[in-house]
Design a protein around this ligand. Structure first.
Ligand SMILES: Nc1nc2c(c(=O)[nH]1)N[C@H]1C(S)=C(S)[C@@H](COP(=O)(O)OP(=O)(O)OC[C@H]3O[C@@H](n4cnc5c(N)ncnc54)[C@H](O)[C@@H]3O)O[C@H]1N2
Ligand code: MOO
Length: 390
């Protein structure tokens, strides 16, 4: 059986960064920037006031100094003239600072009578002025690749970049397999359960910038599975769930082989997730996940997420790990790398008591997958151990 890292390397060789498309800014949040975006202007485009007050020549500012107000500068309406000796312009936040002025005295520090102002005693030395280009200048760049968050979107808008080039969304087809499954909301028979894995995986995939399609459940017959693969045409990645193991009704391996899949690997030395398979089928990458709900979601974090990031042009990297101190002693580990549902709090990590790969409630209550290497020696409380944050 191959290791998790070997399986990941195979997976990265099955996927490539996708082509790109241009989208309006309003559609760009969460997308991956695929080409540098370049500022089309300076911000601010002029020296601007940071406060409401009076614009004056800073060299004349001292307690008790007097000025004559000769006009007004507001945001969107600058003052056309020049501020001369002994003169001031009433100014508001965001307005262009008029020629001849290089300091704003805030209105709290001023007494005004008619057009005459007198400065107070405690003026400080802040000029309350934002120089032109203080935020960014024409030609400044936001470099690709980068997942565009709200601050990036605001910055792009401010740069007057209305369209950006992003990586196309990976199209993922999700196929549940099994006679026991019905969709949420349907009435299950006495031997049936509700399909959950496709829903959890779709949430994960859509959340990271892919577009996942849940296909109709494939029944445990070759014809039904073949029909599902037919519906998956056009996807960049086809993911099956269940039917991957060695039982008489586990058909995914056989059917994909007869449909021409070039298999890269089958079975990984990990727990949960052992009966994982992957390869290329038609124009798509194919990953067969084990059916146990926690196995499918754990494989989603460990394999699907890095594969999607690679397709989005974000590089071929395993899921980022953090580390914490063990809350209590652990006995010797097993022969497979073990991804244990765990709770991290204040730098300490405690694995959940129950680790059966069918227990979704335990997964939903966890905030980390603690990683015990294969054949891990017994551990002591306080030992540092890696985990994937959930
Ligand atoms: N003799 C052996 N038996 C099993 C082995 C083995 O090595 N030898 N491996 C076990 C391991 S580990 C796993 S994991 C499972 C995986 O088996 P399959 O991938 O074939 O999955 P199924 O048998 O189809 O389903 C397992 C389990 O999960 C439920 N399931 C399936 N799909 C869904 C879904 N979309 N939503 C919710 N639940 C789902 C299914 O009803 C089963 O209960 O095999 C072990 N057996
Ligand atoms: O690998 Mo299975 O996924 O241990 O339950």
């Amino acid at each position: 059986m191959i290791t998790v890292n070997e399986a990941l390397d195979h997976l990265f060789s099955l996927v490539t960064p996708l082509d790109t498309e241009e989208v309006p800014l309003i559609r760009a949040a969460g997308r991956v920037l695929a080409a540098d975006a370049v500022a089309r202007r300076d911000q601010p485009p002029f020296a601007a006031s940071a406060m409401d007050g009076y614009a004056v020549d800073g060299s004349a500012v001292r307690p008790g100094a007097q000025f004559t107000v000769i006009g007004e500068a507001a945001a969107g309406h600058g003052f056309e003239g020049r501020v001369g000796t002994g003169q001031a312009v009433r100014i508001f936040t965001g307005a262009p600072v008029p020629d001849g002025a290089d300091r704003i005295v805030i209105q709290e520090d001023v007494t005004r009578e008619g057009e005459r102002i007198t400065l107070g005693d405690d003026l400080g030395d802040n000029t309350h002025l934002r120089p032109a280009g203080a935020d960014f200048r024409t030609g400044d760049r936001i470099t690709a690749p980068r997942i565009l968050g709200p601050a990036d979107i605001a910055l792009l808008a401010s740069m007057n970049v209305a369209h950006v080039r992003v990586t196309r969304k990976p199209q993922v087809a999700l196929i549940s397999t099994g006679d026991e499954l019905v969709m949420p909301g349907e009435e299950p028979g006495p031997d049936q359960i509700i399909a959950s894995n496709t829903f959890g995986l779709k949430a994960m995939l859509d959340g990271m910038g892919a577009e996942a399609r849940i296909l109709p459940i494939a029944r445990d017959t070759r014809a039904s599975l073949e029909a599902a693969f037919d519906l998956a045409r056009g996807a960049d990645l086809v993911v099956t769930i269940g039917g991957a193991s060695v039982g008489d009704h586990d058909l995914v391996g056989d059917v994909t082989e007869s449909l021409g899949m070039q298999r890269a690997f089958y079975k990984v030395r990990m727990r949960p997730g052992k009966p994982l398979m992957a390869g290329r089928m038609g124009g798509a990458a194919m990953i067969g996940l084990p059916g146990n709900p926690v196995s499918a979601i754990v494989c989603g974090h460990v394999f699907l997420a890095p594969a999607i990031r690679a397709m989005l042009g974000l590089g071929a990297e395993s899921a980022p790990r953090l580390s914490a101190r063990l809350a209590h002693d652990l006995p010797r580990g097993g022969p497979r790398e073990h991804y244990m549902r765990a709770d991290v709090r204040d730098g300490t990590i405690a694995p959940a008591e129950r680790q059966d790969s069918a227990l979704l409630s335990v997964l939903a209550g966890a905030n980390a997958l603690m990683i015990r290497p294969a054949d891990d020696a017994p551990r002591k409380a306080g030992d540092v151990i890696d985990y994937l944050p959930l």
